[in-house]
Design a protein. Structure first.
Length: 328
């Protein structure tokens, strides 16, 4: 797992302040850099350095695949140790695999599949099973309670308003030009003083239309946010635990909302159980500076759930196998 990297004051401010709200206006990097005392060129130079050092995984829009008419699913496999690296390489080569982690559990490889249409998820699962000869267990999302923690340099969860999800919304109609823009920006924005002009030139659009289309996608939820996406290990979050709970089905939605409000939880979902292999229906991703800190966080959640929770586990990640995000 990556250790925290040395960052100066300006790098830290960039990471802490630019994880969302990137201006959809002319000269956005100049506007974003002004409060930091940076010109557009200096801010772009700093961002490129953070990307090169893998402190950031990308800088740009974070897309919500379900609002685009696509689908994603969390899945896991039991991979024999002798084959582990080979299987990881097989999954790394598949565009549908957006993230892949090694976790400390019998189910030791956990990955997210993301596709532009729901039916392709199961095609991707079948492809993995046929290529590896291993069973894929999928855990579809039944309810989303919270997604969106912003990571603070140093490993402490930022204190601030957390927007909980009121309910899962349906797909948004996108035209061919929207899809071209999504494909061009899913890996990040051009680090140029006028990125909208560059994108417009590539796609045959005026710069203001690029901004208008991106703003519409922010408004309708296709884009969760636009900004820096940190590698949380590199900025001080040494421990990452997927906490899973077996919660009474009648109470899980109300309790899931409460768990999602915890400042150290970055994602919180209700997912399908896979009995008898997997009895858990509430998932919460917890992050801290140490395993002990994450264990304390999970203990606090367990107390919050009370008698509605029958059992729980924490699956710590020990290796990032792939982290590329959505590719459509």
């Amino acid at each position: 797992m990556n250790a925290a990297l040395p960052l100066d004051v300006i790098d830290s401010l960039i990471i802490d302040r630019l994880q969302g709200g990137f201006p959809l206006l002319p000269g956005p990097f100049a506007l974003a850099g002004e409060p930091l005392g940076l010109s557009a060129a200096k801010l772009c130079e700093r961002l490129q350095s953070l990307l090169d050092r893998k402190v950031l995984t990308r800088f740009g829009p974070m897309y919500q695949v379900e609002r685009m008419g696509g689908a994603f699913v969390l899945a896991a496999m039991v991979v024999p140790e002798a084959r582990y690296d080979a299987v990881a390489a097989q999954l790394d080569a598949l565009p549908a695999v957006a993230h892949n982690y090694r976790r400390e559990h019998e189910l030791n490889m956990w990955f997210v599949l993301a596709t532009s249409t729901p039916g392709r998820i199961y095609d991707a699962m079948l492809e993995i099973e046929e290529a590896t000869g291993l069973r894929v267990y999928d855990f579809p999302k039944l309810r989303e309670y919270y997604v969106g923690m912003q990571f603070a340099v140093g490993g402490s969860a930022p204190v601030g308003r957390r927007e909980l999800v009121a309910g899962d919304a349906g797909a948004v109609a996108l035209d061919d030009t929207d899809w071209q823009l999504i494909r061009r920006t899913q890996g990040g924005l051009p680090l140029l003083a006028e990125p909208w002009q560059q994108l417009g030139a590539e796609l045959g659009l005026a710069a203001d239309e690029v901004c208008t289309r991106l703003a519409a996608m922010v408004q309708n939820g296709v884009i969760r946010r636009i900004g820096a996406v940190p590698n949380h290990y590199a900025i001080g979050y040494a421990a990452n635990g997927m906490a899973v709970f077996d919660v009474d089905d009648e109470q899980v939605d109300a309790l899931g909302q409460q768990v999602g409000a915890q400042p150290f939880v970055s994602h919180c979902y209700r997912r399908l159980r896979r009995q008898p292999v997997w009895p858990y229906n509430l998932f919460a991703m917890c992050h801290g500076r140490s395993r002990d800190e994450v264990q304390d966080q999970v203990a606090a959640i367990r107390q919050q759930l009370g008698d509605a929770c029958r059992r729980h586990e924490v699956l710590f990640s020990s290796r990032i196998l792939k982290k590329s995000g959505l590719r459509v």
